[in-house]
Design a protein around this ligand. Sequence first.
Ligand code: UDP
Ligand code: MG
Length: 313
Amino acid sequence: MKLSLIVPCYNEAENVELFQEETIKAFQGCGYSFEIIYVDDGSADATLHNLRKLHAGGKCPVKVISFSRNFGKEAGLYAGLQYASGDYISLIDADLQQRPEIVREMVQFLDENPDYDVVAAYQDRRNEGKVLSFFKKSFYRIINKMSHVTLQPEASDFRTFRKSVRDSILTLGEYHRFSKGIFAWVGYKTHFIPYTACQRAFGTTKWSFKKLMNYAIEGIIGFSTAPLRLATFLGSISGIAAVLYLIAVVLQKLFWGIDVPGYATIIVLILFFGSVQLFCIGIIGEYVGRIFEQSKNRPIYIAKEILLPPDET
Ligand code: UDP
Ligand code: MG
């Protein structure tokens, strides 16, 4: 039995060596072999240099895939999955916020429960601000209402699954990748375990509020067409309102005559419907933009360097 650990790394020079040491320690005497697949996501620091050292050091089988630029964590996970050869596959961050000991527990669970295919960790306690927490909760509420897949709130990418799940995920070759949605979409019986994220070993988070917002929009657009229906909905409502207003105006004209010019009404109506139309075009634009990007059929990532263990080259 073999386990593949996929570790996306973006500017994690100080973390990768520590991660490797802690992982080897955590898996001592586990009774199965494991490989670590590091994906260097176009880091600007010494990450690749350190990964080359880990590969050459030979303490455990190491694969390194180095991107030609920063393609994002999602692309990194995809590349890692392509190179994973284990019977079990784990996704774990390089910053040791997610402990390798938990991966060992996940593997044990899958071993003891053959009818489960995935063990996913979710954060039971989060050390984050109220505003961010509110936005995250709202995101899950919205996407679960709009989409045909159900996302487990708080569930992270931190998970371990069988080879069959990996094969299924790889069949989804979409350019705009939203892992949480992809995991939910492929299905499989999933066991959720709580975990508390530790402090980052070194460095700072790569996720700004803006990046998180974009990621949330990616998720909603990628897994739901409900926003497109908003135009139909708003159009119908304003259509009905327009007919009612028309009747009112005709009656007013017939019985009382119209004495006010209605300047304000006209301006407000023009501005209101103008903005509703632009808003709806904007939504359609989000989808069209993604169709455009997908139709170009560009690769999800470009690897400039790939290091494999000596027996696999
Ligand atoms: N990461 C990546 N590419 C990116 C951003 C992040 O590969 O463009 C990696 C990063 O090196 C880390 C993991 O994704 O191993 C999670 O990132 P981070 O720790 O910044 O996120 P957080 O834990 O704060 O959610
Ligand atoms: Mg982190």
